[in-house]
Design a protein around this ligand. Sequence first.
Ligand SMILES: Cc1ncc(COP(=O)(O)O)c(C=O)c1O
Length: 435
Amino acid sequence: MTRRHLLAAPAALAAGSLLPEGLLAAVAAQTPTLPDLADWNAVRAQFALDPGYLHFASFFIASHPAPVREALEGYRRAIDANPFLFVERAMFEDDAHNLPLQVCAEVADYLGGRGEDVCLTRSTTEGLALVYHGLPLQRGDEILTTVHDHYSHHESIRLATARAGASMRKATLFKQAREASVDEIVGNLEAAIRPQTKVVGVTWVHSSTGIRLPIREISAMLRNLPQAPLLVVDGVHGLGAADETIARMGADYFCAGTHKWMFGPRGTGIVWANAANWARLQPLVPNFTELESYTAWTEDRAPNSPGNAARMSPGGFHAFEHQWALATAFRMHRGMGRVRVASRIAALNTQLKTGMATLPKVRLHTPQSEALSAGLVAFEIEGVAPTDVVKQLLARRIIASTSPYAVSYARLAPSLVNTPEEVDEALRALRSIAG
Ligand SMILES: Cc1ncc(COP(=O)(O)O)c(C=O)c1O
């Protein structure tokens, strides 16, 4: 049984590639040469953003940079020209030509882990749902999360615990994000843990206040507890914004969309876990990538243990050109350099926060500390509702956003598409709105 048997039509079973020469050349061209990304203007030039605006909400959903657009368009053309031959080869032929495997290898290189431990998803939301529903929860088990997390995270836990007869609880990690310390965060989380707490779910960089949690310290604390709860991290606003070797950060399950800070194609995401943690999970959606699942089905038996990332990857035919072009987004980040990217984002955010601190009516909610923040700045202006702040900024052609939480703040998120001059312009606008 070869990978080719996996859902390929019988016509595809002949040995050797069925792909015509011309199409083979087209496939080779799908990996665009990266442009020179040595200076930030060159990086900014990769985006087709409307120059009539200052874009301070690009973390919301990525604008595809030129290399990603090219890869995506190349794959689209190849699929449109020859849907069966191209997709069959990329998905089901030998490992050397398997595009999902190549994407996983590229992602793993950035995360500092192994390609076989990367699961490709379509969003943070999908990754969180797969992990929480995959956990072997028993009646009476508890998942501890926090009051600070995103809707997608809380809902994934609520739905998974309801199915399993388990429960969920939310801890408060700090009184004020901007004054929080590592000790306060880790101490509050530890104090909230009970013997029945089997899993802890947190967010690395909060989209509510912009605080970045000390995941390494949280993980070290959890590992010292008798029941060593598993740690699930929603990492979407740290991946591609913070300098971290994610496979060694201490998360047991790291879930993130790659269509925000990573500039991956819209509708892409990843989950990373090590082999032992993948083996704990029960898949929710049939996969199209693991041969053992298919072989077991043809032999009318359950797949052999242990489970793995490929078995957890949701199958079905997808917008393949988007999934495959994700490799280019990771290559682009590697080309820019993780440390360099994180330093640029930190410098722009520090500039913004330092400027805000001089505006008496502006109340900052994000910590000043670069270690406890990343690329999001949450704030309020005295006497102006957050939605009105965003409207007034938009009237000045500055795109900001409000945080989608019960208590909502205005947010500006300086990123690689911005310049120090743009940050100054945003600060001038805030000064004038604050009056
Ligand atoms: C903290 C956090 N988690 C999850 C999500 C949802 O991300 P996705 O669209 O990748 O599911 C968001 C959305 O911005 C978010 O802010």
